[in-house]
Design a protein around this ligand. Structure first.
Ligand code: HEC
Length: 409
């Protein structure tokens, strides 16, 4: 019963999380585009920065932006904040449900660090809070006045955290953790800085006081950070479907590259929406970065040594039966697993052959399965699977040895 309940809760939370995330990022992209595309016009009233004409859904919109505020506060003001708050609340609940309560499968890899589930969950949660405080300190320090330097230090800060997480959690846990951490910083920017500052400005205006321009500047800085972090955070959130990203040797380097590519692409669009000369270097960075990531996922991991292993399906089958089938069977015997995960059955020769490609991705090219190597599969066994797969693969599909080394399947 509780298994079915948590599964349903998980579906509902994920649904909500994705929809709230679309609403949040969508409105944030929209307003950034609007802000950048405003054009000045002589006939606009005082205090207006510019206007933009837009067409959507069968109507024309005439948008104007007031630099500080209109002369008279409108009676009704729409705030954009619940999209962000809902994204975090649903995301954090999902994090607790999947990664903290299911820490043994998803957060912990005993070969990385032998943690108990409660310890892992506490470390994960505290690191979110500590990283946010560190980010706040950076932004408020003298460094916060220098955009470029702050970006560089921020990048090193996030890559160092990622590297640290890969030394504490499973690859998958580390990716989700750094994604959740960046997401938390972004939402804290909305919750603790942007919205409160805007509230103070509105209160000042209503009371007839002149608002402190520093409030707006601080909000703008955080909003720019959020803008540049959007693409990496979405990548990290979907990466847990791709074991070649999170469960390979250079997983932390992959995150570092994504932290370069995402902001670069965002920068291209910011320039384009502002009507400026569109820079081409972001696409060069993106192309080079993606090729490097693909290569990093391929150059293999030290556990695969097919040299000297005689390819044998029987040997491979025995390994899969003893390391995988307790979960991947019609009636799994592993506590807490009630059906073969993702409908992948690995309990007889036919099914094992049929799933050869998936076995290769999840247990040979990467270490994603068994989760956290919970059934203690040895490197020797992975090599035997690799030898079996190498024998099956057409030779033109094999990674050339100058790229992948001679031991690759
Ligand atoms: C302790 C139980 C357990 C063991 C042992 C285990 N798996 Fe899994 N497997 C899972 C779970 C749980 C998932 C679903 C992961 C998720 O939700 O993303 C999964 C997912 C998969 C998938 C993903 C299918 C897809 O397309 O998303 C493959 C492939 C897979 N396992 C293969 C293997 C192989 C090969 C082995 C043995 C080397 C193995 N598993 C051992 C629990 C297990």
């Amino acid at each position: 019963m509780d298994v079915v309940l948590t599964e349903w809760l998980s579906v509902m939370l994920r649904w909500l999380h994705v929809i709230a995330g679309i609403a949040w990022i969508g409105s944030s992209f929209y307003f950034i585009h609007l802000d950048l595309s405003l054009k000045p016009n002589q006939s606009l009233p005082d205090g207006v920065k510019g206007e933009a004409w837009q067409v959507h859904g069968g109507g024309f919109y005439h948008m104007v932006k007031y630099l500080v505020a209109p002369a008279r506060m409108p009676d009704k003001l729409t705030w954009f904040k619940w999209e962000a708050y809902t994204t975090w609340l649903s995301g954090f609940s999902l994090l607790v449900l999947v990664y903290y309560l299911g820490a043994d499968l998803y957060l912990i890899d005993k070969n990385v660090m032998d943690l108990t589930a409660p310890t892992a969950a506490v470390i994960a949660f505290l690191s979110l809070a500590v990283a946010w405080l560190g980010y706040e300190a950076l932004c408020r320090s003298p460094l916060g006045k220098h955009e470029g330097a702050l970006a560089l230090v921020g990048f090193v800060f996030l890559v160092a955290l990622t590297y640290g997480f890969t030394k504490v959690f499973s690859g998958r846990g580390a990716f989700t953790q750094i994604g959740a951490l960046i997401g938390t910083i972004m939402i804290a920017n909305v919750f603790a800085i942007i919205i409160p500052n805007q509230k103070k400005v509105v209160a000042d205006l209503i009371a007839g006081r002149t608002p402190d321009p520093a409030l707006g500047e601080q909000g703008k800085q955080r909003s720019v950070h959020n803008n540049y972090l959007t693409l990496p955070v979405v990548f990290l959130m979907i990466s847990n479907h791709y074991p070649l990203l999170y469960a390979t040797r250079y997983n932390w380097l992959i995150v570092a590259i994504v932290l370069l590519i995402g902001p670069a692409i965002r920068h291209y669009y910011n320039m384009r929406h502002e009507g400026k000369q569109e820079p081409l270097w972001p696409w060069a960075v993106a192309a080079l970065g993606l090729i490097t990531i693909a290569w990093l996922t391929m150059i293999g991991d030290p556990w695969i040594k097919t040299g000297g292993v005689t390819p044998s399906f029987k040997a491979a089958e025995d390994i899969v039966l003893s390391r995988c089938s307790m979960c991947h069977a019609d009636e799994p015997v592993w506590a807490g697993i009630t059906a073969p995960p993702h409908d992948v059955r690995l309990d007889n020769a036919d099914e094992i052959r049929r799933h050869g490609r998936l076995i290769q991705i999840w247990a040979v090219q990467s270490r994603a399965m068994p989760p956290g190597n919970i059934t203690e599969m040895t490197d020797q066994e992975r090599s035997t699977l690799a030898a079996w797969r190498a024998q099956e693969a057409p030779s033109w599909l094999r990674c050339p040895s100058f790229l992948c080394g001679s031991d690759q399947p």
